[in-house]
Design a binder for this molecule. Structure first.
Ligand code: HEC
Ligand code: HEC
Length: 331
């Protein structure tokens, strides 16, 4: 009895001490070098090759002129460098294009987290009338008339080209878009010289006084949750999915991996540079929003402006080399 009590007490004490330990250290971790795949869609080289072809193939769009890579350009860190990309009719989309780099580590996708797998995600932009504007039944017919695709789908999935296989192949390809370790990862692994003095100071602020780590943590420097920063009060964001008033204007915390290469920033592309974003955290976050829906974090007005530059330096240390890409030969 007494022994059990001791064991319980020890367990209790140890769990408390874990919870009370300052979490900052444990919250920033290196990027794993491999994305795990769901059981029903293992990543195989042949599937990744097929996914790559589909990603670059404009025949996936209604007018055969737009591929995934039109907006997710490999030489622009799989974004397109625009605040808002032009969609199917040339009209700007409502949200900034997200990068596909390291996207396989997320648990929900899009700015509002509206889908829960890359397989589910893939068919969205193809069908979206404002994006690729393609009817999926027509797409199946179109791909079935391309002998190269017919053979590949048969070998990989044992079927004719169909939407399920298209989604799975696109997801498998995107799971391979993992960046190599960044200066920050090397620093975490013990290489003190991997970061400049400024970047180290920025890291200190990031996980200390500036509080960035509250939301930007884990391997992607994103907690995957949804917050209202008051960037704008137009797009209702997460509330469109949950229907909850308190989710209005909330968006998924973005990954900060390779962030120096993926501007402009924020869900609406309203911040041009990293300097602008960090300045926004210092002085741009409004005190209040409509209907009492105030931002989920406050402006850092107690923190010195001279801290902006080191934070930006730290953010720049989060870039790792993207995987080498040989453009595919389309069938
Ligand atoms: C016309 C430009 C455009 C095209 C074409 C396009 N996308 Fe996107 N992509 C976007 C935009 C904009 C978003 C953010 C949309 C949102 O949050 O509502 C996005 C988001 C994504 C995301 C989510 C990333 C994350 O962090 O959650 C993935 C993955 C993605 N696209 C893959 C693809 C694939 C695969 C294709 C081709 C089948 C494709 N995209 C075609 C513009 C485009
Ligand atoms: C309360 C949670 C939270 C805190 C604290 C926070 N962020 Fe963010 N961050 C977000 C969200 C959510 C967005 C997207 C907001 C939007 O688009 O409306 C974002 C966007 C960004 C972006 C732009 C990313 C992109 O792809 O467009 C950068 C860079 C960034 N944050 C860095 C920082 C830094 C540096 C700090 C500390 C000074 C910080 N964040 C503090 C949640 C947070």
């Amino acid at each position: 009895m007494c022994r059990w009590l001791t064991v319980c007490c020890l367990l209790f004490v140890s769990s408390v001490s874990v919870a009370e330990k300052p979490q900052a250290e444990s919250k920033l971790v290196p990027l794993p070098q491999k994305v795990s795949a769901p059981k029903n869609n293992p990543t195989t080289p042949a599937k990744v090759e097929l996914g790559k072809k589909l990603f670059f193939d404009p025949r996936l769009s209604g007018n055969n002129q737009m591929s995934c890579a039109t907006c997710h350009m490999p030489d622009k860190a799989y974004g397109d460098g625009l605040a808002l990309s032009p969609g199917a009719e040339g009209k700007p989309l409502k949200r900034n294009t997200q990068t596909c780099l390291n996207v396989g580590f997320f648990k929900t996708f899009f700015w509002d987290g509206r889908v829960a797998s890359l397989e589910q995600q893939a068919l969205g932009p193809i069908q979206s009338t404002v994006e690729m504007n393609q009817n999926l039944d027509n797409l199946e017919v179109e791909l079935a008339a391309i002998p190269g695709y017919v053979t590949e789908f048969k070998d990989i999935f044992g079927t004719r080209p169909n939407k399920d296989g298209i989604a799975k192949a696109l997801a498998a390809f995107q799971r391979t878009l993992v960046t190599e370790s960044s200066p920050f990862d090397r620093f975490l692994a013990g290489d003190q010289d991997a970061l400049s003095a400024d970047a180290k100071r920025g890291l200190e602020l990031f996980r200390g006084e500036a509080g960035c780590i509250e939301c930007h943590n884990g391997p992607l420097l994103s907690d995957g949750n949804f917050y209202r920063l008051g960037v704008s009060f137009k797009d209702e964001g997460r509330a469109n999915i949950t229907g909850m008033k308190e989710d209005r204007y909330r968006f998924r915390t973005p990954s900060l991996r390779n962030i120096a290469e993926t501007g402009p920033y924020m869900h609406d592309g309203s911040q041009k540079t990293l300097d602008d974003v960090v300045t926004f955290y210092f002085r741009g976050i409004p005190d209040s929003g409509p209907d009492g829906l105030n931002p989920d974090t406050a402006a850092l007005d107690g923190v010195s402006f001279s801290d902006i530059a080191p934070i930006v330096e730290f953010l720049k240390s989060l870039s790792g080399k993207a995987p080498e890409l040989t453009p595919p030969n389309l069938p």
